[in-house]
Design a protein around this ligand. Structure first.
Ligand code: L14
Length: 338
């Protein structure tokens, strides 16, 4: 079997660390792994497949001989270094929002639009979508194929791990401070996140929405390859460590009963149906954490409109929302094209 030289950019971050683990778990055919990070983390020793690897400082010569580079070091690093990596013939799978909406850059969720990986040839960059969008489109795609989704109304309940390790620590530290009747410290979020909900993820835009909300609107249309789907979103940060939850309301052209949607979900790729409310069984962030599937439950008809469905969608934001989806894209790439 062919093996590939793989680089992970942002290798010591929450997503980068998970990318390393998922490459190991899925036995991705890695010939040589190169772990890249900022000066601050360079020199750190980590284990990969039982061997010690030293994290190197990212620079413009880092990509010589690399076949695939998984980037997760933020938009600024991607903007600067993804084109450099691509120029040296390496295919970049970029987890940032830097290139997602560019027309000639594919935006891929392997369960939904794997054929788009072919467009890596345009610029040697493939974008990994936003975490909240990925977990929403995986279960919605089979519904769209069957009944055509006209409109989506989504509210998210997003874990702090989306903002990285410093936010995980901020939530933990605030909880400890509160239990000890001490002052809380706020650095990552503008307000207390412990025991609170913040209707604010990423920056506010002119139209009153946040950038995270508009990512859900625009990326959904691009991944589903249908600009006619109307999407509106409210994205909320909640005091959860791992796992985003979403309340999703859809309106379809053709009528689907709740039973029909449950049937679709029970065979949908990458989806696990968890829906026995009579036994208090429904998807939970704490159960999704550390797991690969997108969990769906609370499926019921929206009686306020003729063709409406409500559902609750939960997935590990760092895995399916980021690292796992990126590695799955790499798997399609090597299977079909490299
Ligand atoms: O990938 O939760 O566009 O703060 C940026 C915001 C990922 C989540 C992206 C967060 C997101 C992140």
């Amino acid at each position: 079997m062919k093996e590939y030289n793989v680089a992970v950019v942002g290798a010591t971050g929450e997503v980068g660390k998970t990318m390393r683990e998922i490459l190991e778990e899925r036995d991705f055919p890695v010939k040589n792994i190169k772990l890249l990070a900022s000066e601050r983390s360079a020199g750190t020793e980590v284990e990969f497949k039982g061997e010690k690897v030293i994290v190197e400082k990212l620079d413009k010569n880092s990509f010589k001989g690399v076949d695939i580079a998984l980037f997760s070091a933020g938009g600024a690093v991607s903007k600067e270094f993804a084109p450099i990596a691509a120029d040296s013939g390496c295919v970049v799978i970029d987890n940032s929002s830097a290139f997602r909406m560019e027309d000639d850059i594919p935006l891929v969720v392997p369960e939904v639009n794997p054929h788009r990986v072919a467009d890596y040839k345009n610029r040697y960059i493939i974008s990994n979508p936003n975490c909240s969008t990925i977990q929403m489109v995986v279960p919605l795609k089979p519904i769209h194929d069957k009944a055509k989704i006209k409109r989506i109304v989504v509210s998210t309940y997003q874990a702090v791990s989306g903002s990285g390790y410093k936010a995980i620590k901020e939530l933990a530290d605030q909880c400890i401070a509160i239990f000890n009747q001490k002052e809380i410290v706020k650095k990552v979020y503008p307000h207390q996140i412990a025991f609170n909900c913040l209707p604010h993820i990423d920056v506010f835009l002119e139209n009153g929405y946040t950038k995270e909300e508009m990512k859900m609107v625009n990326e959904t249309k691009k991944i589903m390859e249908d600009d006619s789907i109307q999407v509106t979103a409210t994205t909320v940060r909640v005091p959860v460590f791992y796992g985003h939850s979403e309340s999703v309301n859809i309106e379809t052209e053709k009528k689907l009963t709740a039973e029909e949607v449950k049937d679709l979900m029970s065979t949908a790729e990458g989806v696990v149906l968890v829906d026995k409310p009579e036994d208090n069984i429904y998807p939970l962030a704490i159960d999704a954490a550390g797991k690969d599937p997108v969990y769906v439950g609370r499926i019921r008809e929206d009686f306020s409109i003729p063709n409406g469905i409500n559902m609750w969608i939960v997935a590990d934001n760092v895995r399916k929302g980021a690292a796992l989806n990126a590695v799955q894209i790499a798997e399609v790439l090597i299977k079909e094209y490299l």
